[in-house]
Design a protein. Structure first.
Length: 374
């Protein structure tokens, strides 16, 4: 891939970090041989406005994805909220994303199986896992799970923050759990061997899904409510049940990791550490809920963010803890070097290389193999 001067500068942070490591006499690139999987994230340029969730892969985005060491990422496509028809929008965005992957086949590949993730690593590509963050596109027809599974969607998150026809989200006041239709959709997901993701769900929805699912479920991007008591974070009961049944928990890099709303890298480590102690080292990973390309001008971004938060609040989809002064990322754990920084922090915490490799991607890969097959 050709890099112009701007794109070269965009990846220079990761390269400088590697050089500093060599000068210090330590492993020049601790991430080189790791499989790194972001269980929920993005692959786009947050400095460029976007009208849809369909990713746009600029040279900078692709260069920084490679420089970050990322092997695969669960990208959100399809309907989340708004006035569009959820089913039509979701079908269209699958097709549009497929076209983008074909156009950038030297750098990207669509992930359908665990073996595809390994192949992406071997071929030096970034794997894209197609995922939904709202089950609204199911309408009242559970057979739509079959349609989307056949189109290559591999992760079905049942609810966003509000309630939908499948169950209650984390901000739904009733905490009523799954609906009968939600149970039907879970069963259909099991039959199609796609992941059932309970991120954003209410507590009862998550607990019920974990209990009735014939396969392990996941919570691909969350925090721990025992550490920070906010609705978007999961209770110990949810985390423990999901892990005990063989599932996966991804910790995000979001403001909900600290009550101040200004989460930092130390808070990410604290939530990972709590989850590992509660669930065991074989069930915890990362789902940053962000990109590897960072915001260049934070001051200018604040005005954009204020409008976005206001729009989310007006639409009824925001979560407690979202404010115009809270960034939807961790300021000191972003950009193409974010995974290397996290490795360093976990090492400082006393985590072994083997445990770090599990958290950075090994645990998600093992879980994916259980659900999708080898």
């Amino acid at each position: 891939m050709k890099l112009d001067r701007r794109n070269f500068m965009g990846v220079s942070a990761a390269m400088l970090a590697a050089g500093s490591a060599r000068a210090a006499g330590v492993d020049a690139d601790p991430i080189k041989d790791m499989i790194v999987i972001n269980a929920l994230g993005g692959l786009g340029d947050p400095n460029q406005p976007a009208d849809s969730l369909v990713p746009q892969f600029s040279p900078r985005v692709l260069a920084e994805a490679h420089a970050s060491g990322l092997t695969a990422v669960n990208i959100t496509i399809g309907y989340v909220s708004g006035s569009a028809d959820p089913f039509e929008q979701s079908v269209r965005e699958v097709a549009e994303t497929d076209a983008q992957v074909r156009a950038n086949s030297r750098d990207l590949m669509k992930i359908l199986t665990a073996a595809d993730i390994r192949r992406a690593k071997a071929e030096g590509k970034v794997g894209l896992i197609y995922g939904f963050q709202n089950g609204a596109m199911m309408g009242q027809d559970a057979s739509r799970v079959d349609i989307f599974a056949n189109l290559g969607v591999r992760i079905f998150q049942l609810t966003y923050n509000p309630a939908n026809q499948l169950g209650d989200g984390s901000m739904a006041p009733g905490n009523r759990g799954l609906t009968p239709f939600g149970r039907e959709v879970v069963a259909r997901c099991n039959a199609q061997r796609v992941m059932v993701d309970l991120s954003h769900s209410g507590e009862q929805t998550c607990l019920e899904a974990a209990r009735i699912s014939k396969q392990p479920i996941s919570i691909n991007h969350t925090g721990c409510r025992a550490v920070t008591n906010l609705p978007r974070n999961k209770t110990d009961a949810e985390l423990k049940l999901v892990a005990d049944r063989g599932g996966f928990i991804g910790i995000y890099f979001m403001p909900f990791l600290d009550m101040s709303g200004h989460a930092r890298a130390e808070h990410v480590v604290a939530h990972i550490d709590h989850a590992v102690k509660l669930c065991g080292e074989d069930h915890v990973g990362i789902g940053t809920d962000g990109t590897v390309t960072q915001i260049d001008d934070l001051k200018a971004y604040e005005a954009v963010l204020a409008k976005e938060i206001a729009a989310r609040q007006a639409a009824g989809i925001s979560a407690k803890g979202e404010r115009p002064d809270t960034y939807p990322f961790v300021v000191d754990l972003r950009g193409p070097d974010q995974f290397r920084k996290l490795i360093g922090l976990l090492r400082a915490k006393g985590y072994s290389t083997a445990r770090i490799e599990k958290i950075l991607g090994g645990n998600f890969l093992a879980y994916a193999q259980t659900i999708w097959g080898a």
